[in-house]
Design a protein around this ligand. Sequence first.
Ligand code: SER
Length: 316
Amino acid sequence: MGKVLVIGAGGQIGTELVIALASKLGKEQVIASDVKSETPSSLQEYQYVQLDVLDKEKLTHLVKEQKVSTIYLLAALLSATAEKHPAFAWQLNMDGLFNVLNLAKEKVIDKIFWPSSIAVFGPTTPKDNTPQRTIMEPTTVYGISKQAGEQWCAYYHEKYGVDVRSIRYPGLISYTSLPGGGTTDYAVDIFYHAKKSGKYTSFLSKDTALPMMYMEDAIRATINLMDAPAENVRIRTSYNISGISFTPKELTKAIQQHIPNFSISYSPDFRQVIADSWPNAIDDTHAKKDWQWEPHFSLEKMVKVMLENVDETKVD
Ligand code: SER
């Protein structure tokens, strides 16, 4: 079996995925890469290569030289940042995907993981228990890129036999690495501020329910999907997976169980419109059936672990 390359390893998901894959496969089997020239501090102990996924030549060279057979492509601009840089978001999110899909089409690599998102849904999508297959009219640049990417993944699978697998991640909550540029980031930021000052101003309104998940569940889902026999992976666009769903008000209540004086105020900004276009909670029957997906973290359990572990000195 060849090596595994994680592209975008310095981000919120990548950091934890590299650690999980290295502990499963051995450090020598996993190469972390990111556009940053310096090795991210959390990845000091791992093999690290500076790589821009848009540099097709360097990517191809690295994959061949290192005998990489599986790529996890995590480099992307998230929803809020993509609204500010639409042209670059489209270029990075789409051309990056094509560069990797084409390596599999040319049989240079065997297997790809590519993340999609709840952002593929839009204001016309049923909001509660959103089905796997439903109306998808995304209104963000990020959502459009993920929706198009899903269709390209299914196309490459169908047409060229490419083994590409994908999950529609909900908002992900973790303490190892800060998220960057997402609409769901408030649900991570809030923990740093709760510990640091006991106060937080949310950029989403109090009753905005969104699908969320603790990172450990998301990493387990990713690895389980990649380990599943190919014939069980019946959905080649991207799988809905569901963890927890809560509003800023409900999250505040759960934090107050540990920090009774914690207070929140609300000052919605442009991200409110994005959040309002996304589902409250999504249905993951197919993931449960096809590769036995099961979340382990409740809201209470996630809050406890986050408060125990976030390093509040990392934020201003
Ligand atoms: N967490 C992401 C974002 O908010 C959704 O995929 O952009």
